[in-house]
Write a protein that binds this ligand. Sequence first.
Ligand SMILES: *[C@@H]1O[C@H](CO)[C@@H](O)[C@H](O)[C@H]1NC(C)=O
Ligand SMILES: *[C@@H]1O[C@H](CO)[C@@H](O)[C@H](O)[C@H]1NC(C)=O
Length: 392
Amino acid sequence: MVTMRNFVTIFFVVFAIYCAIDPFNHSSISKFPNFETHYIDMPPLSSLPKERDHENLLQNSEIKFVNEVQGPESVAFDPQGRGPYTGVADGRVIFWDGTRWNDFAYTSNNRSELCDTKPSLLDYLKNEHICGRPLGLRFHKKTGELYIADAYFGIMKVGPEGGLATSVTNEADGVPLRFTNDLDVDEEGNVYFTDSSTVFQRRNFMQLIVSGEDTGRVLKYNPETKETTTLVRNLQFPNGLSLGKDESFFIFCEGTIGRLRKYWLKGEKAGTSEVVALLHGFPDNIRTNKDGDFWVAIHCHRNIFTHEMAHHTSIRKFFLKLPITVKFQYLLQVGGWPHAVAVKYSEDGKVLKVLEDKQGKVVKAVSEIEEKDGKLWMGSVLMSFIAVYDLA
Ligand SMILES: *[C@@H]1O[C@H](CO)[C@@H](O)[C@H](O)[C@H]1NC(C)=O
Ligand SMILES: *[C@@H]1O[C@H](CO)[C@@H](O)[C@H](O)[C@H]1NC(C)=O
């Protein structure tokens, strides 16, 4: 007689053989024959910040521009305070003039019908390398130029009148930028930015997350010498980056491990970096507010599943061999449930405020938090709207 237990065992053995053979060649790592998983030094769950938002305050956010913006990652206002400007899934940067959305800029000179509106946000991934994918956006306060971290084309910029952006840099030390992610520009026009991986592009973000590989870099572009230099290397998915108010340092996040690091630009410690905080979960962009505090967008709160996966390299590899869609893998990775968190940190890494939506009811996920006039403007690659939270 087949007991339940035998049945489960047989099922798993057959399933494991099936995954190993991959008869239909549709596992999401078949394109990467040398795919390797690396150890992730994930800190224990007990060491995560104790500060929590038990009232789910993020759920009080106002939802704006429903279905008018697809996957708005970064949200920026120009030096005159106009906007927001945001980069969307089809590769455009669009601009809200107070009445309607207008096309502002684009990063690809080869746009075609391939870049047209798609039914679901994940459908855009396939053509991103052709259409471009603007992630981090920043205005240079003096010149009014918009700097764009395009995931595929590197650092680009466009004048205040918009149009086709031009390349600022797309390589460093002879290695092309492969997944440019977030940036900041100082007064002199130096650009500090992250390249999340030199192996995987954004359209293979699932492989990047699961592999735990450490080819990510933090870089600097110097407009005088026109050189791009590496400031920090061997990082696991570096993501958000933001300069301190006095520009003597910047803060960036290490996505895979989920922590904040401070890199000193001036003073005794210049050229060195240190970990200043552990994060509640998987981070995205960082933005400095007028007081010099840092808003860190946490895509999704950490859970037991992601935690266990971090410590078991072979299970992670097996996971990517499962014949399931990226959407489903993503859902499993976030523990089956969206859970956005917005955290405000002091420049020393002290938690100042936490806002959550534990059920992902209103704000499913968050990629960036831009504070302006007492309000938080929140974009996300997974949302078709912008959420606005009133701090008052
Ligand atoms: C599986 O797919 C990859 C590309 O996705 C291809 O290079 C490889 O030859 C395929 N293998 C088989 C056995 O069909
Ligand atoms: C331009 O886009 C087409 C698809 O529309 C693609 O086949 C071609 O490779 C692209 N050219 C360049 C230079 O990227």
